[in-house]
Design a protein around this ligand. Structure first.
Ligand code: ADP
Ligand code: MG
Ligand code: ZN
Length: 612
């Protein structure tokens, strides 16, 4: 550090340099500029001008004479000429032009402008240059040395008033809230816990799929605990220069220790907390940052009251060292909301909008199985937008129902051109799904069928809504679901004796389900309870990797095909048994474009007469 010039000394050098520069500027550059402005002439030209009475101003210097003339075009110019021994020059000048002005400085610029140009402007310019230089330098230096004042963490400090979020804003997620409430309580009454000898958990890790409210929960903790709250995102630690991230971690914990009791929240911790691997050429910066984090978490005293919260949706990728007790003692799952959870989230968000008094949130919640909190919030907002579009001042049930579909399948494509024949195929396809679903006892009731195309590319769809929440899926239900998925294509085959590309999404889903049945749910005859695939990314899409020999993989494929095939056959047989209803329902759907589950069941059970 000794060889490093201190910034003060550098500044001194810089000031001296600047002074020299400005002096040089004044001594050489300004005169040369002036020289160009002044035209040299001979003495006889000067005498001619005096005779014409054209000279307006004159300055007599030691060895030169400067004089100013304005020509016919109104442009004035300064000339200079050598000085001659001419005793009555002054009186001649005076005679030639009564208004002639004898002056000390003929240069036009006022003293203020000349001061500005020769001193102030260069100084300002050089100061600006200094700042730019210093900034560039500090960036470079902080890459090399992480002490000094560089490498400050830019954690935002939240205090109670600022996030404005409380636990009341987080609907559902009761277990997560309970665990966090305990931490808040500890920060408020540490004595209560100290009496028994309980230690405050040092850290809690919130894990769950995206949009389930992890960040929201952390903000609510900040709102509830009236202690300082440091919030930083994992990506903010990642810098271009090795060592910067570690410096930031150090700084963050230093600040936190000063402010204890307090809460530190690291969002998306997987950016810095990834497993370290022995690979050469690994990411040095990230590993240093992680090592620093591990050290800091060990370093501080648990009794002091610094609690670390972190959130991630990729817990499996975190370094095991980070997860051991003593660092993140507690793992708080923040899962996708269940039925009551979804209803509660819908209610929380609908408080922010104007609604019609009698909205059935339960029905909306039932039709959104698998939706995250963020998606539900989005559904409410879409509903409000739709109400405005339809010039209403309140959101009504149909807004919500439509916005569920918008979020699932995109907006309606009102002016899509679809020929009558294709529309017919689509209608049969959808009724095929619905009919197969309705004729099996292990499948969810049909809620709505529509053949209005959507921007997502769906040409129509059949919505099934379960009565309650399901956490398990039996083999029978899985088979019924497979048959329902193949029902659309089966109807096309039966009625039109052809097949179309419209079933591609059904095929995809059916294959995925059948595959999971074989490889993960142990629902096939041949493989019994062996796991043939492992899910690597539980919260993000659930990609799975094959964990078996290629021989077995080939057999798995066979099994999958046979499952789908038997479901397809079942669907065809159900439809051919009910071919009359298939025709009746399809023509009704073709006419109405959208029908409810109730209308569907009425026709199916023959309790209502169709419009025709
Ligand atoms: P993530 O888990 O990905 O960090 P967020 O906490 O950022 O998700 O949630 C995004 C948004 O979703 C929140 O701002 C909130 O509007 C909504 N949200 C998610 N979960 C809930 C919940 N349980 N209660 C209320 N709103 C929620
Ligand atoms: Mg988040
Ligand atoms: Zn289909």
């Amino acid at each position: 550090m000794n060889e490093q010039k201190s910034p003060k000394k550098t500044l001194l050098y810089y000031v001296i340099l600047c002074a020299v520069l400005i002096l040089a500027f004044n001594a050489f550059i300004i005169p040369s500029i002036n020289r160009h402005r002044i035209k040299e002439t001979n003495y006889s030209f000067f005498l001619d001008q005096i005779e014409d009475g054209a000279v307006e101003q004159v300055q007599i210097k030691d060895d030169t004479i400067l004089f100013k003339i304005t020509d016919e075009n109104g442009i004035s110019r300064i000339y200079s000429t050598g000085k001659m021994d001419d005793p009555d020059l002054v009186s001649r000048l005076h005679d030639s032009n009564k208004d002639i002005e004898f002056t000390q400085s003929i240069e036009e610029s006022s003293p203020i402008t000349s001061l500005l140009i020769s001193w102030v402007l260069p100084t300002v310019f050089l100061i600006v240059l200094w700042n730019l230089l210093m900034r560039g330098m500090s960036k470079r230096m902080s890459g090399m040395t992480n002490s000094m004042s560089f490498g400050k963490s830019n954690a935002k400090i939240y205090v109670k008033a600022q996030t404005g979020k409380t636990f009341a804003d987080v609907a559902g997620q009761d277990e997560a809230k309970e665990a966090l409430e305990e931490i808040v309580d500890f920060l408020h009454n540490p004595d209560k816990y100290a009496e028994i000898g309980a230690n405050l958990p040092k850290g809690a890790l919130l894990v769950g799929p995206p949009g389930t409210g992890k960040t929201l929960l952390a903000q609510a903790v900040a709102g509830e605990a009236s202690v300082p709250f440091f919030s930083i995102s994992g990506s903010e630690f990642v810098e271009m220069f090795v060592g910067m991230g570690a410096a930031k971690v150090r700084d963050l914990f230093k600040q936190a220790n000063e402010k204890a009791p307090c809460i530190v929240f690291i969002d998306e911790i997987d950016t810095i907390g990834k497993k370290r691997d022995g690979n050469l050429g690994g990411n040095d910066e990230r590993e240093q940052t992680l090592n620093q984090l591990l050290t800091e978490m060990d370093g501080f005293d648990g009794k002091k009251g610094v609690v670390i919260l972190a959130a991630t949706n990729r817990p499996e990728s975190l370094d095991p060292a980070l997860l051991r007790p003593g660092r993140f003692d507690r793992r708080i799952p923040v899962e996708l909301p269940d039925l009551p959870g979804r209803e509660a989230i819908l209610r929380v968000h609908s408080e922010k909008i104007k609604t019609d008094g009698n909205i059935d949130y339960n029905a909306v919640a039932r039709s959104t199985a698998g939706a995250s909190g963020a998606e539900l919030a989005n559904i409410i907002n879409e509903a409000a937008l739709r109400a405005v579009r339809n010039k209403r001042d309140k959101v009504i049930q149909s807004d919500l129902e439509e916005s569920v579909e918008v979020v699932i399948a995109g907006y309606q494509r009102k002016n899509a051109v679809i020929s009558q024949h294709e529309k017919e195929i689509i209608a049969y396809h959808e009724i095929g799904h619905a009919l197969v679903a309705a004729k099996q006892k292990n499948s969810a009731p049909v809620h709505k069928i529509t053949i209005v195309p959507r921007t997502s590319g769906a040409l129509g769809y059949t919505m099934q809504v379960d009565e309650g929440e399901k956490v398990l899926m039996s083999r029978e239900e899985a088979m019924a679901r497979l048959a329902t998925l193949t029902g659309g294509r089966s109807a096309e085959e039966l009625v039109f004796n052809t097949c179309t590309s419209g079933a591609s999404n059904d095929i995809e889903q059916a294959t995925k389900l059948a595959r999971a049945m074989v490889t993960r749910y142990g629902m096939s005859k041949n493989f019994d309870m062996t796991a043939l695939e492992t899910v690597s990314n539980q919260y993000l899409g659930g990609d799975s990797t094959l964990a078996c020999s290629s021989d077995t993989a080939a057999k798995v494929d066979e099994e999958v095909v046979s499952l789908v095939k038997s479901a397809h056959e079942k669907a065809v047989s159900i439809l051919s048994e009910n071919i009359g209803k298939l025709h009746e329902l399809s023509s009704y759907l073709l006419e109405k474009e959208t029908i409810t589950g109730e209308e569907f069941m009425n026709i199916l059970n023959g309790t209502a007469v169709t419009a025709k």
